[in-house]
Write a new protein. Sequence first.
Length: 284
Amino acid sequence: MKKYLLSIVFTIFAILLVACGGGEDNGSQESTEGNTEQETKVLTVGATTVPHAEILEEAKPLLEEKGIELKIEEFSDYPLINPALDNGDLDANYFQHVPYLDNAVKENGFEIENAGAIHIEPFGIYSKEFKDLEDLPEGAKIIMSNNVAEMGRVLALLEEKGLIKLNPDVEKINATKDDIVENEKNLEIDDSVAPEMLASAYENDEGAAVIINGNYALAAGLNPAEDAVALEAGENNPYANIIAIRSEDKDKEEIKSLVEILKSEEIKEFINTKYPGSVLPVND
């Protein structure tokens, strides 16, 4: 009987030990999981596909090392991205340059600002028929973007390549077609095409030359450094693509980490390798 009772006591004692030990393990595991959830911060960034989303994908593992999970929301239409940031659907966006942002803020009252310049996408002049701009005939049709924020940039490119001259009293970034003071070849400059349709206009041979945004050229399978008849200069270019954020978030550590990673040597090397001459990292 004594042996029987001792057996029962030991069995109960063993069960209690296992139960207590299991409870402690579960509690420890739950605590660890809880701490992991608290430490990991989620950052949602809106971007156009090429090259912005691709660059962000490269930055993902680097941000993970800092405890930041990067979620990328891809957009195809520029006008949707800043509203998504302003209303809180995004934590940041990566697709635009400062003149575009300034114009969007002016027109819509967005409380959005520049958190850092990352890269430049040189605009290119493309032509299926002509390999040299000097060969453009009298009255040739030049197709450009209808984006108001890019008009001065495109006209400055045409002036840089010797096709027109602009009023020297007008700041180039604000120039319009009305500021053209010389147009020796009487070029027909068509500014009615949306940026995302410029590559199609080129493919369909709708003009003697088409000026295409760098990201849309890349998305269409063009290599700006090789396929463009002429390419915008990268030096002292005010049109660097930026990370934009809500003004209230400018001091957030995860935002600072995002910009720091995108400016890192690892990302610069990725950009130079994947888009040689077509996308240029900002060096500052």
